[in-house]
Write a protein that binds this ligand. Structure first.
Ligand SMILES: C[S@@+](CC[C@H](N)C(=O)[O-])C[C@H]1O[C@@H](n2cnc3c(N)ncnc32)[C@H](O)[C@@H]1O
Length: 250
């Protein structure tokens, strides 16, 4: 379900942002600061393990970091390759699952990232623990893991929850994006509607569906410790979502 969602959404993903290029810039700047503070420099290996179409990968590459990019969505990776070429940037892109990270050698990375609420696509604590253990395995001693997630403790659970999202104008058409969340215990099904209303011709709506586990940040920090990470911590107010960081001991 997650793979189909992001494969289908890949051509439209930038529309989620008011200005995707600015988001790439801003997120790159903040993450570069977090990495530098953790002792990660331009020559060090960084893996963006849920890169999508590249919001964080592109920003960090532009700042001289050596980032490789992986994701479970082949569609998102194909869009990322187009975006890399358009900017004259290069990096390896791999189809890989956060729970396995098959392409990342043990102890090889200075940093691993999974940003913009990728972790809650894993639908139970066991899968999240598996992903955290994979991240830990790939990091060198002292390496840092960086995740950004929604703060579900601040979100009221009501059914149905209609969330107006954005209105954009692109190539002579109004584009309206809105989401419907349907709660089911600690999970919710997300339906993202994208309506394209051109100046001429028929209006059309596409629906993209996915599911999330609304895990709380306190529990994520516990799972990071359980996976073997040191210093799991939450950083608020520097990124558009809370950032969670943790270090491989050593
Ligand atoms: C909200 S998107 C964020 C993408 C990217 N980080 C960005 O901000 O542009 C979440 C991403 O997580 C990826 N993802 C979800 N589950 C994954 C898994 N098990 N392994 C690797 N990537 C996964 C999705 O394919 C999607 O690209």
């Amino acid at each position: 379900m997650t793979t189909d969602f992001y494969d289908e959404l890949a051509p439209f993903y930038h529309l989620i942002f008011e200005d995707w290029e600015r988001a790439i810039e801003r997120q790159g700047e903040v993450l570069a600061g977090v990495l530098r503070d953790a002792g990660v420099g331009p020559g060090d290996e960084v893996l963006d393990a849920s890169c999508g179409i590249g919001t964080q990968t592109l920003g960090l590459l532009a700042r001289g970091f050596r980032v490789t990019a992986s994701d479970i969505s082949a569609g998102a990776l194909a869009r990322l390759r187009t975006e890399l070429a358009a900017r004259g940037l290069q990096t390896a892109t791999r189809l890989d699952d956060l729970r396995e990270l098959r392409y990342a050698a043990d102890g090889s990375l200075a940093a691993v990232l999974a940003c913009d609420n990728s972790i809650p696509h894993l639908l139970d604590d066991g899968q999240i623990l598996q992903a955290f253990r994979s991240c830990l395995r790939c990091l060198r001693p002292g390496g840092i893991a960086v995740f950004s997630v929604r703060d579900y403790a601040r979100i009221e659970r009501r059914n149905p929850d209609l969330r107006p999202h954005a209105v954009r104008v692109e190539q002579g058409a109004r584009l309206l994006a809105y989401q419907l969340w349907e709660w089911d215990g600690d999970c919710y099904d997300l339906h993202m509607y994208l309506t394209r209303d051109p100046d001429a011709g028929p209006c059309e709506t596409r629906v993209f569906r996915s599911r999330y586990y609304a895990i709380g940040i306190a529990r994520l920090l516990q799972l990071l410790a359980e996976a073997g990470f040191a210093q799991p911590r939450r950083l608020d107010d520097i990124y558009f979502q809370p950032l969670l960081t943790a270090r491989r001991p050593g």
